[in-house]
Every structure is written in C-alpha cells, then in structure tokens.
Ligand binder design. Structure first.
Ligand code: SF4
Length: 110
C-alpha cells in the first residue's frame, strides 16, 4: 500500500525539523555544561593563578595590572556565551567559572 505525501506535508515536516535544530543545540550545550563543576578558589591551580569569583576582590598589590574591566566574561579563555553567568574556561578544564571571576591568565577577548 502506497501513501501519497503532499508537498504541503513535506514542507511542514521540513519547517518543524528546522525549528528543532536550535533546540537540540541548546540541549547539547546544557548537557556538556552539566558535566562541569564550578571551579573552587582553593583548587591548587586556581590558587597559583590568583583566581577569585569576583573580579572586584582582586588583590591590587599582588596584581597591579588588573583593571575593573578584566573579568572572565571579557577573557579570551572564557567559553561561555556573552551574557552567560557561568561558562567553561580553557585554563581550568572540567570546571566552570563565573563571568564575574578573574585570574592572572586573563587575556582580552578579541
Ligand atoms: S583564564 Fe580567563 S576565563 Fe579563565 S578563570 Fe582566568 S580570567 Fe577567567
């Protein structure tokens, strides 16, 4: 038994499939972020790089080149999207850092 599929049905199916692609991307992002844990400031590498969760609390004597504009959200190593509160970091694999954080590996996002 053959069923005839109308052009309208095909177009509807294509539009529905196209609408699902971005939704799947969001789910994949959440799934990959779910495997990461928040970086602890007491992590040995975090301590070595002067990591803080709030850039405003950077020790100005220890890091005199730090400025208020420097935080994870403006760092080239930050893997979160613009406006995201937390995201991965190329330096701290397996962890997320807050967009408000900072460490001495900070580099201006291009
Ligand atoms: S490398 Fe950049 S994104 Fe990662 S913790 Fe340091 S300042 Fe934040």
């Amino acid at each position: 038994m053959r069923q005839k599929i109308s052009r309208r049905t095909l177009i509807k199916g294509g539009l529905l499939a196209g609408a699902c692609v971005p939704a799947l991307g969001l789910l994949a992002n959440e799934a990959s972020a779910a495997g990461l844990t928040p970086l602890s400031p007491s992590d040995p590498t975090a301590v070595a790089l002067g990591f803080v969760t709030n850039s405003a609390k950077v020790d100005a004597k220890k890091y005199p080149t730090h400025t208020a504009a420097q935080h994870c959200g403006t760092c080239a190593q930050f893997l979160g999207k613009p406006g995201q509160a937390r995201g991965g970091c190329n330096i701290f694999a397996g962890h997320t850092v807050p967009a408000t954080g900072w460490c001495s590996a900070w580099a201006q996002k291009p």
